[in-house]
Design a binder for this molecule. Sequence first.
Ligand SMILES: [Zn+2]
Length: 332
Amino acid sequence: MDVEFRETGIYLPEIELWLDNTDPCAATWISHGHSDHASGCHGTVLGTSITLEIYRMRLWKSEDAAEPELRAIEFGQSIEWNGARLTAYPAGHILGAAQLLLEYRGERLVYTGDIKLRRPLCGEITQPIACDRLIIESTFGLPIYKLLDREAAVEQILAFARECLDEGIVPVFIGYPLGRGQEIVHVLCQAGIPTAVHGAIAKFIPVYQDNGYEFDGWEPYDARAIQGKALVVIPAHGNVLEASGKNIRIAYVSGWAALDNARTRSGAEHLIPYSDHADFDELLALVDRSSAKHVDVVHGYTVPFAKILQRRGMSAAAPQRTTAQTSVEAEG
Ligand SMILES: [Zn+2]
């Protein structure tokens, strides 16, 4: 199957379908709800129903935007598309995130989108998919990135919260608006810790609740009433709190927290290296378990990760986008 790596997404000309195109187009698959994937007003949008719901929440600000045709493909389900068979599988990255298997003229191509292999705090477990050609991300595609599994992440999140609260200090967790933020709130609520949540994160809590995750006892963040609670805020607000001189301690929950310099990057005292992306070993496992004959590496450490795969005897490439890559939402 022909695959064109363009600036705003990946294009499959034979079946007239884009993958994660952020510019308006006739038809695109959207792998998950982060804004560097779920963006643009398109004619037809394919994705899991959870991703389509998040896409609607993100995009329907403009009343004059024409409503696209939304076609849900749930995990394990297939649809026919211009002579190809498309099947969605869990990607574990955030709620609703999916890999897409495209079968066309005897070839099996898998596009992972953003992916993690270990079980996430919220969401489905990833299934590696056997294929001929794999298009995979490599946000943490260097051996220096070794990240926590969910059990260790829960332990560290709760230990930090309890230790701070016992000392009369307000624990602040920096998470991202969609994915990590809700996961941290869910963990704190499950443990019965009073938790106040920044609006940008709280906005997506109903999507998680609708899919069976409990958030009992959370409340909207109010800067005037933070004592005795854990706070979950977005990175920009973490900086505001840090500068406020309040009696707080900040924890940064991110794959980037695997490196000590994340302290200066985030302003956090405490680093918890847990991510919604695969770490290096998980990426290698995903590649190995796909049995792909060729691997294209997109996003992140594309060139070094492709070279690492080549040294392991694989056919791998870090395709150049046809024009400069666009900036992406900070996540990890
Ligand atoms: Zn993402």
